[in-house]
Design a protein. Structure first.
Length: 199
């Protein structure tokens, strides 16, 4: 399992958020760089000494007050709606994809995300040295992925568990679902041993 595959399984699909954040950051960086260039006087001493609110711009805004106010209100509402949509999209629960095995009309066959998770979890809990497991199916219908957490008993051979997980559990899941690849992010934890009573 490569780092790219694990990263795909670990990360939510934040492509839109990342692009928007990048663009906002880029605009802020360019604005700051422009302010520094003007402030240091690299565009001329006069521009560097002008007030922050340009008198020419203020004069133009005073002469066109109504259109400027309308444009500011529209821009403010637009930014508010985009920000609200962005926040709601970021806070929504991550989708759990069901997998379409057969899309033939009248004979559709869909495997739910819970069924996929339950089957992989049951297989993972059968591995020697694993005391319990938790599996979540994530991603999309077209490219599902798994997040697996395994709790290991003390003294477990980590390499053996890893090899068995890859060879038995994940291979079986891929073959059962008819997938060429099934990215998986695996987290291993040492299970806490029960507390011993002192008498």
């Amino acid at each position: 399992m490569s780092k790219t595959v694990a990263a795909k399984a670990l990360s939510r699909s934040y492509a839109g958020e990342r692009v928007l954040t990048f663009l906002v950051g880029l605009l802020a960086l360019l604005g700051g760089a422009l302010a520094l260039v003007v402030g240091f006087g690299w565009l001329g001493e006069y521009r560097g000494r002008r007030p922050l609110l340009d008198p020419i711009a203020l004069g133009w805004l005073g002469g066109h007050a109504t259109p400027a106010k309308i444009a500011a209100i529209v821009l403010g509402v637009l930014l508010f709606v985009l920000g609200l949509r962005w926040a709601l999209r970021s806070l929504r629960p991550e989708p759990r994809p069901d997998l379409d095995l057969d899309r033939t009309e009248g004979a559709e066959l869909v495997v739910t995300a819970a069924a996929i998770s339950g089957a992989v979890q049951a297989d993972a809990e059968q591995l020697e040295g694993v005391s319990r497991a938790r599996v979540r199916a994530v991603g999309s219908r077209t490219s599902p992925a798994l997040r697996i957490t395994l709790w290991l008993r003390e003294g477990t051979d980590l390499k053996a568990v890893w090899a068995e997980l890859d060879a038995r559990v994940l291979t079986r899941a891929r073959e059962s679902l008819g997938l060429g690849s099934l990215p998986a992010a695996v987290r291993l934890e040492l299970d806490t041993s029960p507390a011993k009573r002192v008498r």
